[in-house]
Write a protein that binds this ligand. Structure first.
Ligand code: FAD
Ligand code: FES
Length: 262
């Protein structure tokens, strides 16, 4: 595997797309040209009080431009939101394994289930699947205010939006919305809160499928040097679970192999 590098990226836009949700576009060909769906980058802050990088999923990428969507939740993401067009920031080259799309072929069906900010890495995933001729079903859930719906629809996906509040779309979870809309598919992909991943993995297994789940575990170093991000994984054929690092071995695992503790 290629060694990870930290490179400079020029901000070409940084704008709100929903309440406390920002979209940042970066001119950084060394990163965007390598990006695979489900991978993330580490974003470094030029602030001495923010030493650890913040992992942010690759939402979209072409040969030149990397798109990140992030929620403002603390000091790191607030720092990012205050960055301006033309400013250079430091990001890592793509990290982690990403979704394995190699087994999907034209005519297959795929169900993508996103929870909140976890919907973002599913956009690049959907683009690659569309190019393969896979039929896309997308269920995205939010507390109250959806985003990315139009981007998924523009790919020709069958999209359902769910909100906890019921103010927009289906009143309930993205998983319930998907199942109530008959979206069971050949292949399942999901990213979002751990509790959601647990139920998606369980539902997929009940239907004879194995969901690929992308974990957004809290991280420390972000590149495999600490144990800030471990999850228990029971690999097929193994007798006991092993501790795996989300930043290095993940963030994507098979739903059937993850020990969900909540
Ligand atoms: C592989 C991966 C991909 C991610 N992709 C995205 C993304 O595309 N967009 C995005 O907005 N965020 C994403 N995250 C989460 C993001 O890394 C954190 O929100 C960010 O690091 C918070 O930094 P902060 O300094 O703003 O907040 P902090 O001050 O570090 O934390 C603020 C609050 O957020 C909580 N928090 C921090 N990290 C996480 C986490 N990983 N999961 C749940 N709660 C957390 C803290 O417990 C605290 O309550 C991803 C995380 C991982 C591990
Ligand atoms: S965050 Fe340090 S090992 Fe994963």
């Amino acid at each position: 595997m290629e060694a990870k590098k930290i490179v400079k990226a020029e901000i070409i836009s940084n704008r709100p797309i929903a309440t406390n949700i920002m979209e940042m576009k970066l001119q950084v060909p060394e990163v965007s040209s390598l990006a695979k769906p489900g991978q993330f980058v580490n974003v470094y802050m030029d602030d001495k009080s923010l030493i650890l990088p913040r992992p942010i999923s690759i939402c979209d990428a072409d040969d030149n431009v990397l798109t990140l969507i992030y929620a403002i939740v603390g000091k790191g993401s607030l720092w990012m939101s205050e960055c301006t067009v033309g400013q250079e920031i430091r990001v890592s080259t793509p990290m982690g394994n990403g979704f394995d799309l190699s087994g999907l072929k034209e005519g297959d069906t795929a169900l993508l289930i996103g929870g909140g900010i976890g919907s973002c890495p599913l956009l690049k995933t959907a683009k690659i699947l569309k190019d393969k001729g896979v039929k896309l079903n997308v269920a995205i859930g939010f507390r109250d205010e959806p985003f990315l719906e139009e981007e998924f629809k523009a790919l020709g996906a069958n999209v359902v939006v769910a909100t906890d509040s019921g103010r927009v779309g289906y009143h309930g979870t993205a998983l319930a919305a998907a199942m109530d809309n008959g979206m069971d598919c050949d292949h399942w992909f999901t990213c979002g809160p751990k509790i959601m991943l647990k139920f998606v993995a369980k539902e997929a297994m009940a239907r004879g499928k194995d969901a690929q789940v992308s974990m957004e575990e809290r991280m420390g170093c972000g590149y495999g040097a600490c144990v800030g991000c471990v999850v228990d994984i029971l690999e097929k054929g193994a007798e006991a679970p092993v501790r795996k690092k989300v930043c290095k071995d993940g963030p994507v695992f098979l739903g059937s192999e993850v020990f969900f503790n909540e």
